[in-house]
Design a protein around this ligand. Sequence first.
Ligand SMILES: C[S@@+](CC[C@H](N)C(=O)[O-])C[C@H]1O[C@@H](n2cnc3c(N)ncnc32)[C@H](O)[C@@H]1O
Length: 271
Amino acid sequence: MIKLNQFQRDQRRVAQSFSTAAERYDMVASLQRQVVHHLLDMDFNNRCGALLEFGCGTGYATWQLAQDNAIDTVWALDIASGMVNYACHHRPHSKIRWLVADAHYLPFGDSTMDTVFSSLALQWCENLSQICVEVARVLKMDGCLQFATLGPDTLHELRQAWSMVDQYQHINHFIPLSQLETTLKLYFGQVRWVHKQIVLRYTQMTELTRQLKILGASNHNRAAASGLMGRSRLERLQQAYEKWRDQEGLLPATYDVFYLQASHPKNINSR
Ligand SMILES: C[S@@+](CC[C@H](N)C(=O)[O-])C[C@H]1O[C@@H](n2cnc3c(N)ncnc32)[C@H](O)[C@@H]1O
C-alpha cells in the first residue's frame, strides 16, 4: 500500500521543472489555454479590486486579468523563478506585480485580496488544506477564490498504458472532486463547481509525452519511477497505448477538469 505522503509533490523539483520549461511552455500549452479561457468565461462572481493569481506561469491569464477595468492590481505569483522572469519580460503591464513565492505561504496580510484566481496550478501543490488556510486568510470577507484543477481521470489512457509496462506510478495523483469539495467547505461557506472533460488527440503517443516534457509537467510524486526510458520500454508503452486509437486513426488523451469557486471565507479568528 502506498502511504499518503508518497503522493506528495516535491515542491523544489516542481519549481525547477517549471523554471526550465518557461521558454518553450507557451508553444505547447493548448490544453492550458482552453482551460483558462473557460475559467475566465465562467458564470462565477465578478472578479474585482486586488486580485492574486497563484501559479501564474508565463503570465497568459495574468495579462488578460489586467485588462479587466474592475481589477485594480494583479499580484501574480509563481514558485518557479524562471516562469516569473519569462512572464514579466513577455507580458509586462502596469497593473501587474510579479512575485516568486510558494502558494502555501502567501506573502500578504490578512483580508487584503478581493479575488484569488488560479488555473491548473493547484494539482502541483503539496497540501490542499494549507492552500485553503492561506487563501481564506488573505481574502476579504466578501472575496472569492476561482480556480481550475485536474481530476483523477486525467491521462487515464497513459496511466493504463504504463501499467502494462511496469508497476511504477508515472502519472501524478489527482484529488477527487468529493475530496476537493469537502476540504474547501471547511474553509469557505459556499462552494460551486463545474466538471468538464477535454480530450486532445494525437497521431503518435510520443507527441503527447514530448508535449508533457516541454510543459514541465512531469511526475513529481515521491513514488514516481526513476531512471531513463529505454527503447524497449518506450516501444511497449506505445504498443499498449495503441488500444485507444480511434476510428479517425488518432490517439486520445483525456483531461478531467474541475472549475471551482469558493466564497465566504471562514477565517473568523483573524478578523
Ligand atoms: C501547469 S502550470 C500553469 C501555469 C498557468 N496558470 C497556465 O495556465 O498556463 C502550473 C504552474 O504552477 C506553479 N506552481 C506549482 N506549485 C506552486 C506553488 N506551490 N506555489 C506557486 N506556484 C506553483 C508552477 O511553477 C507552474 O508555473
